[in-house]
Design a protein around this ligand. Structure first.
Ligand code: ZN
Length: 431
């Protein structure tokens, strides 16, 4: 019997119809992989995942034998208010400070329609490449005002059936930061967001700034996600200052440090001391290889550093570490397609993971960011979780990371949202 094309069957699914995917190899939370059938209910959530299920009562049964089913990719750190502004924001120095200044200038005139158009375009591209959840930092400051956070909050709520969006109120400091403005506006911004964020290293008074951010988090009951020490100056790091506040404000397990590039500039013994504190206080890390490779180390005359944090050592120390896109086509990172497999490969190469750690790179775009975003039981292969899958023709997670698929289907909330195929067309030899 000829097996009907799964693409055609997936495309014919009626919204709200239950269905079964049978015979695929599922990548479980712990990285193990085994053949399992999946039943998706009428609400777009998983009903059951087990081998050899009786799928007779399902509205449709789709045989995906020989295919690999990954949970949807999770991009734990983007900037959807900045995406796509590259051509309007020249950054001749190519530095982080140059990018900040270029965007601050643009943000003064960026209206809601402009932000909406750029953000939805990038969200669509990410979804089509398998990303089913994004956490985005959104500038809230005297330049950007509330345009970004209000626009993205509306998109988050309107698109919740298509993609899981979390917003971080990114209370951006500038030289001469107005702490009164910050104090008057942070609660309003956090109310629209899902987490509290900021960049302590740029603040003129980091301890005061950190206290304001953590206080707002406790007051709102929302987690903290900091851009922490996105630089390589070992003499001025703020990791301990931030960890002290995690402890004092009781934010253990609810705090993420993004970047932490400076860890690579510290002696190993000092890194080990900090890693023990991260572990003890249950603080996770997000590495952003695209931004670090592009922006860091530009003042080195020779052998510029990678600029990433100690990716492999954090992973091996048992710290939850995710990798993410950061900026997509703006003055901070001029490139970016929303493809998390691309980001995973850069992380593996620039972060010095080994060839036997390809599955770690897969966890860094799936289970690790899901944990850091607190997606909980909504994520992964368990009853009740959203049916967010990337189904490919790869044989396992190693081949998915190493080379990617020739054929892929993306399901979000139980609906097919994209399919792609690379066709190998053989040229006819001249007779
Ligand atoms: Zn960022």
């Amino acid at each position: 019997m000829v097996r009907e094309n799964p693409a055609a069957l997936l495309a014919r699914l009626i919204p709200g119809q239950s269905f079964a995917l049978t015979g695929g190899t599922v990548i479980h939370d712990d990285g193990s992989q085994s053949a399992s059938d999946i039943i998706v209910g009428t609400d777009g959530r998983i009903t059951v995942v087990e081998p050899f299920l009786d799928t007779g009562s399902c509205g449709a049964c789709i045989d995906i034998s020989g295919m690999l089913v990954s949970p949807g990719f999770v991009d734990a750190h983007q900037h959807l208010d900045k995406t796509g502004v590259l051509r309007f924001t020249p950054n001749p120095s190519g530095t982080l400070q140059g990018a900040r200044e270029a965007f601050a200038k643009y943000a003064r005139t960026a209206g809601p329609d402009d932000i909406h158009k750029r953000a939805t375009r990038t969200i669509g591209r990410c979804l089509s490449r398998g990303t089913t959840a994004i956490r985005s930092h959104i500038n809230v400051d005297k330049d950007a005002g509330f345009h970004g956070i209000e626009t993205l909050a509306a998109i988050r709520d309107a698109e919740k059936h298509h993609i899981t969006l979390q917003l971080v109120a990114f209370m951006t400091p500038h030289p001469g930061q107005d702490f009164e403005w910050l104090g008057n506006n942070i609660d309003g911004a956090v109310a629209l967001a899902d987490a509290v964020g900021g960049t302590p290293a740029v603040s003129e008074d980091p301890p005061r700034y950190l206290d304001i951010l953590f206080s707002a988090a406790v007051k709102s009951g929302k987690p903290v996600d900091l851009h922490l020490d996105e630089h390589l100056n070992a003499g001025v790091h703020l990791i301990d200052a931030a960890l002290d506040r995690v402890e004092r404000f009781g934010m253990q397990g609810r705090t993420v440090f993004s970047h932490v590039s400076v860890l690579s500039a510290l002696p190993r013994r000092e890194f080990q001391r900090i890693a023990e504190r991260l572990d003890k206080l249950n603080v996770g890390v997000v590495t952003l290889p695209a931004a670090n490779l592009y922006l860091q180390g530009r003042d080195y005359e020779m052998l510029p550093p990678r600029g990433l944090t100690r990716v492999a050592e954090l992973h091996r120390a048992g710290i939850t570490i995710a990798t993410a896109s950061d900026n997509i086509q703006d003055p901070f990172v001029p490139t970016g397609s929303g493809d998390m497999l691309e980001i995973a490969r850069w992380t593996l190469l620039a972060g010095h993971l080994r060839g036997d750690e390809l599955s770690a790179a897969h966890s860094m775009i799936t289970t690790a960011p899901a944990r850091l975003m607190g997606l909980g039981k909504d994520y992964g292969f368990r009853p009740g979780a959203r049916a967010d899958f990337v189904i490919t023709d790869c044989i396992d997670s190693d081949t998915l990371i190493a080379g990617g698929p020739d054929r892929a289907f993306v399901l979000s909330n139980g609906r097919l949202v994209s399919q792609s195929t690379t066709q190998n067309i053989r040229l006819k030899e001249d007779a």
